[in-house]
Design a protein around this ligand. Structure first.
Ligand code: ARG
Length: 560
C-alpha cells in the first residue's frame, strides 16, 4: 500500500472525475506545520468547476473523504487536511522499505530507455578545473538518479583533446619544452609552456600562425604532431585518472573530441546538402535565427571547431545509443553553444534534438571570487581531495582513534565531504569552497549524514537479536522519521526530473536530523514490546541513507 496513492484514490472518489488523478497527486502538499496534519489538499483548482469558494469546497470534500488510512480529516480554510493513522501507516512504510531494501524508491519511468550523460570532460594538458569537478560530481549523481528512475545511463567523458590550442601547445613545446619536465609534472609543465606562448605571442603574432600550422598538421595526420599529441594526452589522462579514482568515478566511454575526427566531414557534407551552410568572412557557418550569432562549422583555413565536433558527437550518439535523452553537464557559460547545437540539429531535421538537455551549474568561489585555474594560478584538484582526506583522517584520529580501516573511512569521509558540499546547493548557485566547513560533523555536511548512518549501524550492531516482527509505531518521535522515509520515492523522482541532486542532498539532511532527534528522545534498545519495530525503523533509516548517499556518489561507512 502506498500512502499517497491511497490518498489520491480517496480524493478521486469524492471529486468524481473533476480532476485527473495525476493532477490530484501533484497538488498534494505537506501542511505548513505538523499540528495541521500529515497531508493537505488545496481546493483552489476546483473552484471554477464547482463554482464555489475553496473553503466551502474544503468542508464538502472533508465531510466525504474516507480511507482506512485516515484518522481524521479537517477543513482548514481552502485546505483539506488529513491526519494519518500512524500505526497502520508506519507498519506499511517500514515493511516496504525493509522488503525492497536498496530498491526502495526505484521507478520504472525510464524502462528500456538510454540516457547519455556527457559530463566531466576536462581539457587535456590543462589542470582538472573546479568547473570540471562540479560537472563530474553532478553528472555522476544524475546518471545514478537516472538509473534509479529506470533508465540505462551511458556515461561519456567528452575529453577536450582537439582544437587549435594543441597546435599552440606543440609550437610552445618544440620551442621551450623539456621531455623530463613533462614526465615529472605533466600538467604544470604543459601549462607553463602554454602560458608562455600567449605571453610571447603578444609581442610576436607570428607565433599564432605557427600554432595554427601545427594544428593543421595534426588534423592532417602528420606523424610528429600526432606523436606529441598522443603523449600529451596520455600524460594528462594519467593525472585525471587519479582524480576519478579518488571520486570513485568510471565512464562507459572516454570519447574525446578527437574521436569525431573521421565523423565530421560527413556532417559538414550533410549541412551543405541540406542547404544550411553559408560562407561568412571565409568561414563556414550555420545561421541560428536572427538574435543569436551563427554556429561556426569550419574556419577559413578549413579546420573544424568545437561545435562541429559536438554536432558529430550528437549524431553518433543517437545512432549508437538511440538515446531518449542526451544530457550535457557543462557550466552555464556554454549555454549559447548548446542552444546553437540544438538549433542546428533541429534544422537538419532531427526531431531528437529536443531530447538534448544542457544542465548548467554555477561557479566554485573562494572568498567570493571565482576559483581560477588559468593564468598559472593552479589549484590541482587532486591536492584538494587529498587535503580533504588528510583532514578527515585527523578528525578520526581525534574522535575515534581505535577505529579499524581508518584510511578507507578517511577517504570516504574526505571525498564525501567535497561531493556533498557541492550537491547540497542548488546547482545554479555558486559554491563557496571551504574545506574546514565541509568536514565538520555538525550542520549541513556530508560527514553529518554519514555519521548518522554509522550511528544507526552501531545501534543495529548492539541489538543482540530481534525477531523482525514489525508492529506499527504510534508515537510522535518515530512518526517524523516515518514521514521522511515515506518521502524517499518522491525525492528520487523529483531530483531526477529537475536534474537537481540537491533535492536528494537536502532530503538526506532532513532524514538525518529526524533520526537524530528520535535517537535523542527514545531509547531504541530498551527491551519492550516495540523494540523490534524501533530496530526495523533504524534499519530502514540505514537503508535509505545509504542508498541516498550512493545516489549522490558517496560512500556510507559502517563505522566512523
Ligand atoms: N571540454 C569542454 C570544456 O572544458 C567541456 C565539454 C563539454 N561537453 C561537450 N559535449 N561539449 O569546456
Amino acid at each position: 500500500m502506498n500512502v499517497k496513492s491511497e490518498f489520491v484514490d480517496a480524493l478521486a472518489s469524492v471529486l468524481k472525475g473533476n480532476l485527473p488523478n495525476d493532477t490530484i497527486k501533484s497538488l498534494i502538499e505537506k501542511p505548513k506545520s505538523e499540528e495541521h496534519g500529515d497531508l493537505a489538499f488545496p481546493c483552489f483548482q476546483l473552484a471554477r468547476t464547482w463554482k464555489t469558494a475553496p473553503p466551502y469546497i474544503a468542508v464538502e470534500v472533508a465531510s466525504k473523504l474516507q480511507s482506512p488510512m485516515i484518522e481524521k480529516v479537517k477543513a482548514v480554510g481552502p485546505y483539506v487536511n488529513v491526519f494519518l493513522k500512524k500505526e497502520l501507516v508506519s507498519e506499511n512504510v517500514l515493511k516496504e522499505v525493509v522488503e525492497k531494501g536498496s530498491h526502495y524508491g526505484h521507478h520504472s519511468a525510464g524502462q528500456g530507455k538510454n540516457a547519455v550523460f556527457d559530463f566531466s570532460s576536462p581539457n587535456i594538458a590543462k589542470p582538472f578545473s573546479m568547473g570540471h569537478l562540479r560537472s563530474t560530481i553532478i553528472g555522476q549523481s544524475l546518471a545514478n538518479l537516472a538509473e534509479k528512475n529506470g533508465y540505462q545511463p551511458v556515461r561519456v567523458n567528452h575529453l577536450g583533446d582537439w582544437g587549435t590550442q594543441f597546435g599552440k601547445l606543440m609550437s610552445a613545446y618544440t620551442r621551450w619544452g623539456f621531455e623530463e619536465e613533462v614526465q615529472q609534472a605533466p600538467i604544470p609543465s604543459l601549462m607553463r609552456y602554454y602560458v608562455r606562448f600567449h605571453e610571447e605571442a603578444d609581442n610576436d603574432p607570428s607565433l599564432l600562425d605557427e600554432g595554427r600550422a601545427w594544428f593543421k598538421k595534426l588534423e592532417e595526420g602528420d606523424s610528429k604532431a600526432t606523436e606529441l599529441w598522443t603523449w600529451f594526452k596520455e600524460e594528462s589522462l594519467k593525472e585525471f585518472e587519479k582524480v576519478y579514482q579518488l571520486l570513485g568515478i568510471t565512464f562507459d566511454y572516454v570519447q574525446g573530441e578527437s574521436f569525431y575526427n573521421d565523423k565530421m566531414e560527413a556532417v559538414v557534407a550533410e549541412l551543405g546538402k541540406k542547404g544550411l551552410l553559408t560562407v561568412s568572412e571565409g568561414a563556414h557557418v550555420v545561421k541560428v535565427g536572427e538574435e543569436k550569432p551563427p554556429c561556426l562549422i569550419k574556419k577559413t583555413d578549413g579546420t573544424t571547431l568545437y561545435a562541429t565536433r559536438d554536432l558529430a558527437a550528437a549524431i553518433y550518439r543517437q545512432q549508437t545509443f538511440n538515446f531518449s535523452k542526451c544530457i550535457y553537464v557543462v557550466g552555464a557559460e556554454q549555454q549559447l553553444h548548446f542552444q546553437q547545437i540544438v538549433h542546428v540539429l533541429a534544422q537538419m531535421g532531427y526531431s531528437w534534438a529536443k531530447e538534448m538537455v544542457h544542465v548548467p551549474f554555477g561557479l566554485i568561489l573562494k572568498n567570493g571570487k571565482k576559483m581560477s585555474t588559468r593564468k598559472g594560478k593552479i589549484v590541482l584538484l587532486e591536492d584538494v581531495l587529498t587535503d580533504a582526506i588528510t583532514r578527515a583522517s585527523s578528525n578520526i584520529a581525534e574522535k575515534n582513534p581505535s577505529l579499524t580501516a581508518k584510511e578507507e573511512v578517511a577517504k570516504d569521509v574526505g571525498v564525501g565531504a567535497v561531493i556533498f558540499h557541492d550537491l547540497k546547493n542548488e546547482r545554479m548557485n555558486s559554491v563557496e569552497f571551504n574545506l574546514k566547513h565541509m568536514l565538520t560533523f555538525e550542520g549541513e555536511t556530508g560527514p553529518y549524514v554519514q555519521y548518522t548512518h554509522a550511528r544507526a549501524m552501531s545501534i543495529l550492531r548492539k541489538a543482540e537479536s530481534y525477531n523482525g516482527e514489525v508492529r506499527g509505531l504510534g508515537d510522535e518521535a518515530s512518526w517524523i522519521v516515518i514521514k521522511e522515509l515515506m518521502n524517499f520515492p518522491e525525492v528520487t523522482k523529483r531530483a531526477w526530473e529537475n536534474y537537481e541532486p540537491s533535492v536528494m542532498a537536502k532530503y538526506l539532511l532532513a532524514l538525518s536530523s529526524a533520526f537524530n532527534k528520535y535517537y535523542g528522545k527514545v531509547k531504541i534498545l530498551n527491551s519492550d514490546a516495540e523494540l523490534s519495530s524501533r530496530l526495523i525503523l533504524t534499519k530502514a533509516v540505514v537503508i535509505v541513507l545509504k542508498e541516498g548517499l550512493r545516489l549522490l556518489g558517496m560512500k556510507a561507512p559502517n563505522r566512523m
